[in-house]
Design a binder for this molecule. Structure first.
Ligand SMILES: *[C@@H]1O[C@H](CO)[C@@H](O)[C@H](O)[C@H]1NC(C)=O
Ligand SMILES: *[C@@H]1O[C@H](CO)[C@@H](O)[C@H](O)[C@H]1NC(C)=O
Length: 340
């Protein structure tokens, strides 16, 4: 794209976003600008009665009374290999593209007031903690979390056409950066094609917006969150940061210090997996005991290990490829700008 065309598009985008904010009324605050503490979340983060998209489906105060099969919790947690959530539909029958604004949190552990993954949902996952982010990338039986069989999926992020987020009012918290829960400001989650990737960028990191870029919503996990994830393997690793999506050669970054586990131990059993390089006490979930990591070198890919990832979600695996149908106003507006 020429520089002139680029600046026309950029101007168009900023005019469009300005008009979105105006259309939401003078008090409107984009989701990505809202700040919360985990312990004093409002019942609903999204206070905007949407002219176009309606109200926030669920709620953000999630506890033992909301937990289980009827939960509509929209507060998502990503802590460790054994303790993370994904955004998925509350009801079956609709594709990610159709229902991205109403996704709810499904989690690997009880304790977050959410729905819980049925056993066998996650069939392989690699957690990677890098200087810029923590991510889980892997494979799943997506029908177990109300996704349509064969749906190539789409992207969730805290932006969206009307800046209310997808899901609207969805917020993300993590203990990955020490101490209590911290709100994750920039994140993206691609689910589809029986694969997933969820990246939470360090909320005090200088590259969080670039690393958790939200504009490549049709490109999937291989492009947005390259990893060494393999189906059938459950491992927790440290790693280098990828090139920000859309920049650099996009090779799979090296992962290291990997520890592998049995899914039955970490998801149904008692094993708590500390983050790679974590010091001090592990999590205090009472029913669980601390894991003795089994060091492996199996996925210690180098920066040239792109083809060694053996089935890591790639563009062709589909996660996040078919967002256009559900992108609504943003898709149309963006297409319009490209035609300028
Ligand atoms: C979160 O809690 C801290 C300490 O109580 C406080 O200083 C901060 O303002 C709170 N932030 C928000 C967004 O409520
Ligand atoms: C539990 O969550 C529900 C739904 O958000 C909320 O209405 C209720 O007040 C919460 N209970 C406590 C004790 O916080």
């Amino acid at each position: 794209m020429s520089f002139t065309k680029l600046s026309i598009v950029a101007t168009g985008l900023s005019l469009y976003l300005t008009s979105v904010v105006r259309a939401q009324g003078p008090g409107f605050v984009p989701l990505v600008n809202k700040r919360f503490n985990y312990t004093n979340l409002p019942y609903k983060v999204d206070t905007d009665v949407g002219l176009v998209r309606g109200d926030q489906l669920g709620y953000n105060i999630c506890n033992s009374t909301t937990e289980g099969a009827a939960s509509l919790c929209q507060t998502l947690i990503i802590n460790s290999l054994d303790d993370f959530c994904l955004w998925a539909p509350s009801v079956p029958g609709k594709t990610v593209g159709e229902i991205e604004g109403e996704m709810i949190a499904w989690c690997s552990q009880p304790g977050h007031g959410t729905r819980i993954f049925p056993p066998g949902t996650i069939t392989g996952v690699q957690l990677t903690k890098t200087p810029d982010y923590v991510q889980v990338v892997g494979f799943m039986d997506q029908t177990k979390v109300n996704m349509v069989k064969g749906d190539a999926g789409g992207e969730m992020d805290p932006h969206g056409a009307d800046l209310r987020g997808n899901p609207m009012g969805g917020v993300v918290f993590s203990t990955a950066w020490g101490g209590n829960y911290k709100q994750v400001i920039e994140w993206h989650n691609f689910n589809g094609g029986d694969a997933f990737c969820l990246k939470a960028c360090d909320p005090s990191g200088p590259r969080q917006a670039a690393m958790c870029q939200h504009i490549y919503d049709t490109q999937g996990c291989g492009f947005n969150a390259p990893s060494n994830a393999r189906n059938g393997v459950f491992e927790s690793c440290a790693g280098d940061s990828q090139d920000p999506p859309g920049t650099g050669p996009g090779t799979v970054p090296a992962s290291s210090l990997c520890s592998t586990f049995a899914s039955s131990d970490i998801f149904e059993g008692t094993v708590v997996v500390p983050l790679p390089g974590a010091t001090g006490a592990p999590t205090t979930r009472s029913a669980k005991t601390t894991a003795t990591p089994t060091p492996t070198t199996s996925s210690g890919g180098s920066s040239t290990s792109k083809t060694a990832s053996g089935g890591a979600p790639t563009q062709s695996s589909g996660a996040g490829r078919v967002i256009i149908q559900g992108a609504g106003a943003f898709g149309s507006a963006f297409a319009l700008m490209l035609m300028l």
